[in-house]
Structures are given as C-alpha cells and as structure tokens.
Write a protein that binds this ligand. Structure first.
Ligand code: SF4
Length: 362
C-alpha cells in the first residue's frame, strides 16, 4: 500500500509517474487497491472536466473491408459477418437522427471499403461528399475513421468538416501488429495520423487488449500516444469474433481494460478517454466511467440497421446504446452529459491552442 499511496499522491500532485509505477498500477488485482486507483482517476477527471461527459454518435456506414485483420469480425475473408453499405442519404439521415437525440459528435466509420478507397478519385470524392453533407445537415463536430487514406484526401475530408481522425494502431509492438493487421504497413498507418495533426486535425489513438499483448506493450503504447499528441486515447478489450483466427482465444476478463482506462487517466489527465459501449454494452458502462472515462462512444440508433465493431448487435435493437439509454448510468455515476456548447468550447480550445501536456511518465 505504501507504494500505491506514493504513486497516487504523485498523480494527484502532477508529479510524473515512472514506467515502473505504470506497470505496478496496470497489474493491480486486489479490489481495495483497484478502487483507490479508480477513485484517483475520478478526482483527476473532475479536475479537468468537472462532472461533464461527452457523447459520441456512431455511424458504421460500411462493413466491407479490403483488409484481413485477425481480430476483426469484418475482415474480408469472414463469410459469417453481416455486410452492408449504407447509401449517402441513409448516412445523412442517421447522423441527423443522432444529432437530434443529443450527441456531441458524429463518428463516421467504415471498414477499408474498396468502394470508397480503391476506385481512385470517384470513391474518395464520395467520401468527402458524405462528410460535407453530414456537416451541413447536423452542424456537429465530426470524427472520421475511414482507415488509411492519402494525404490529399485527408485534407479534403478536413475541409469538408472533419475535425478528428481516428485510425487505431491497436498495438505499438510491431511484431504483434504484424500478427494482427496482416499485410498493413505500421509506418504508413502511423504517418497518416502524424499528417492529420499537421493539417490541424485532432487525432484519436487506440489500443486493443487481450490479443496476445502484455503489460510492457501497454507501457509502450502510452509512450507512443504521448509522442503522437493524441487528444483522445482509448483502450478496448478484444471480443472474440466468430469466423476469425482469434475466435478460439476465448472471452477476456475485462479487469485489465478497466485498469488501463484508469492508468490512462493518471498519465493523460486532461485527455478524452472513451468508455465504449462496444465491449460489454450498457452493463459495462458504469465501471468504465468509474475508472475515469469521460466520453461515451458507440451510441447507435436502434432500427437504423447499423452494427457495432466489436459487438455487432449487443444492446442496439433494445435502444440501450442511445442518449436516453446511457443518461441514467451517467446519473448513477454522479455525472451528466455536457452541453453541445461545452464540447464545442473544448474543441475550439484544442484546435486553437494546440495540445496541452498532461502528467508525463518518464
Ligand atoms: S479492423 Fe478495420 S481494417 Fe481491419 S479488417 Fe476490420 S474493418 Fe478492416
């Protein structure tokens, strides 16, 4: 406990915590120790964000993909998964319904759909048009997650209204990366995010846990996320997907993801840290918020025929992954949805002033 006391004290007093201390925190298993870690994460969240939580609407508009990631349900060789490609009209209507429901941002995500990414300019122009139309219709901040796209396309997507670029590495251990993202360049993916930052976009970086990674990999990821200057950092537990090479690895205990969320809050106290509904649905939301998360992601409207990424159907038709569905959980945690003006202010501050540094590890 003396060690834990010392580390938590340092985090609360903006004293950098060391990589050895990060390892120690990630490994915590005792309930009492973990609860103290989570309580500290909540204090830090409150310091930077009060009791406000941001809500992101998720439009996974195409589940086609040219890639074959071993962890992903939508890998091109999986014959078992649901494939769909929403029309532009449908995408705009779904985004509009999400906006009217009270989300603060529209996250436009797709697999690396060849229809958009491998048809030369025609596909890219269509993608840009979607962003433009969603912006016009909703006037909300937009995050795009289209996979790796050329620099000029990224520029056009930004000009069309995209504020954020999300393109997760999932791991920063190159050997593990090669086993997860088959035949995809680590450096090209990374460079796309660096470029997005140079043109004034905010970047989200993510890691996936439970895919053969170890504590050392998480420590390395924190370092890379800090170097990148990601304004949103997420961790998610791997959910085994039918029809994929990693299906047999079995369900992962989520305690490690929850520890990781809390440690991220200590290392990156002023960053956005998501509690994804895409791992355990609504029933997993409270523990992620209690660990210091301050964004609810993967809000999906029911009856729009949309899927999640890790949990393709969980809680969607039931309407739990909606603003009214998550609000009672926020209240239970002593939290409340931010206003749109508050999210816009946060965004303007980041886009105007560049990234602020949080507590750094050594
Ligand atoms: S993780 Fe993304 S890029 Fe990889 S197969 Fe799935 S949808 Fe495609």
């Amino acid at each position: 406990m003396a060690n834990l006391d010392k580390i938590l004290y340092k985090a609360l007093h903006n004293i950098p915590i060391t990589t050895e201390e990060i390892r120690y925190l990630l490994k915590l298993t005792k309930d009492s120790a973990r609860e103290r870690l989570f309580a500290t994460a909540r204090v830090l969240r409150r310091r930077y964000f009060g009791d406000k939580v941001f809500l992101y609407g998720f439009v996974y508009f195409s589940t086609y993909c040219r890639n074959d990631c071993t962890f992903c349900y939508y890998r091109k060789s999986n014959q078992d998964c649901i494939r769909y490609r929403k029309t532009t009209r449908e995408i705009v209507d779904i985004a509009n319904a999400l906006a009217e429901s009270g989300v603060h941002l529209i996250d436009l995500t797709m697999g690396e759909d060849p229809q958009y990414l491998s048809r030369s300019n025609e596909g890219y122009e269509q993608l840009v048009k979607i962003v433009k139309l969603v912006k016009q219709k909703t006037n909300l901040p937009i995050m795009i997650s289209p996979g790796v796209v050329p620099k000029d396309v990224l520029k056009k997507l930004k000009q069309a209204g995209a504020n954020w670029y999300a393109c997760y590495q999932e791991t920063h251990n190159r050997r593990l990366y090669d086993r997860l993202r088959l035949n995809q360049s680590y450096d090209e993916r990374w460079a796309a995010k660096i470029f997005a930052k140079t043109i004034g976009m905010l970047v989200e970086e993510g890691l996936l846990v439970g895919v053969g990674d170890c504590i050392e990999d998480a420590v390395q990821s924190f370092g890379e996320m800090r170097k990148l200057g990601a304004e949103q950092v997420r961790t998610m537990s791997f959910v085994p997907q039918k029809g994929t090479p990693l299906y047999a690895t079995g369900a992962v205990n989520d305690y490690y993801e929850i520890n990781t969320i809390a440690v991220m809050r200590l290392v990156f106290p002023d960053k956005l840290i998501p509690a994804s509904l895409d791992v355990e649905g609504i029933q997993g939301l409270k523990e992620r918020l209690d660990a210091g998360a301050n964004v609810v992601t993967s809000i999906i409207p029911p009856e729009a025929g949309l899927a999640g990424v890790s949990q393709s159907t969980l809680d969607i038709c039931e309407g739990y992954r909606t603003v009214p569905g998550v609000t009672p959980v926020l209240e239970e945690c002593g939290l409340t949805p931010a206003t749109l003006a508050e999210y816009r202010d946060w965004l303007a501050n980041k886009l105007g002033n560049g990234a602020k540094e949080g507590v750094m590890c050594e």
